[in-house]
Write a protein that binds this ligand. Structure first.
Ligand code: AMP
Length: 118
């Protein structure tokens, strides 16, 4: 079984600031926030990267997006807007190999998607 820091959070072996949880998804504040609101949405099934998401299971990532939008509405910043990001592997900047969706909000966000040295 894959074991990452996020699996340990799911199993309550290490603490996290959990803001949402249901049968399929857990969401908690990023320990190194990159925006005033920075929450990670993580599935409870093992999927290391977006590359590993089975075509037969689009709901795994779909649920992350639904949960993120619901959180944005509940917290009152959905209309102002927000960004969701899934990093994949080295060039994407992925550091924890359990797929997860970043929700960034709380202020106008800068541009993104440019190569580091361009
Ligand atoms: P990524 O680089 O897309 O794999 O994102 C991993 C994210 O997990 C980073 O933004 C980290 O700051 C965050 N992170 C790492 N450890 C923890 C933790 N114990 N609790 C909350 N967030 C964490």
């Amino acid at each position: 079984m894959t074991d990452t820091i996020f699996h340990k959070i799911i199993r309550r072996e290490i603490p996290a600031d959990i803001v949402f949880e249901d049968e399929h998804v857990i969401a908690f504040r990023d320990i190194a926030p990159q925006a005033p609101v920075h929450v990670l949405f993580v599935p409870k099934v093992d999927v290391a990267t977006l590359n590993d998401l089975p075509a037969s299971q689009p709901e795994v990532v779909g649920r992350l997006a639904i949960a993120a939008a619901a959180y944005a509405k509940r917290e009152g910043f959905a209309d102002d807007g927000y960004r969701v990001v899934i990093n994949c592997n080295g060039h994407g900047g992925q550091t924890v190999f359990q797929v997860h969706l970043h929700l960034l909000a709380g202020a106008p966000l800068g541009r993104f998607g440019t190569a580091r040295d361009s």
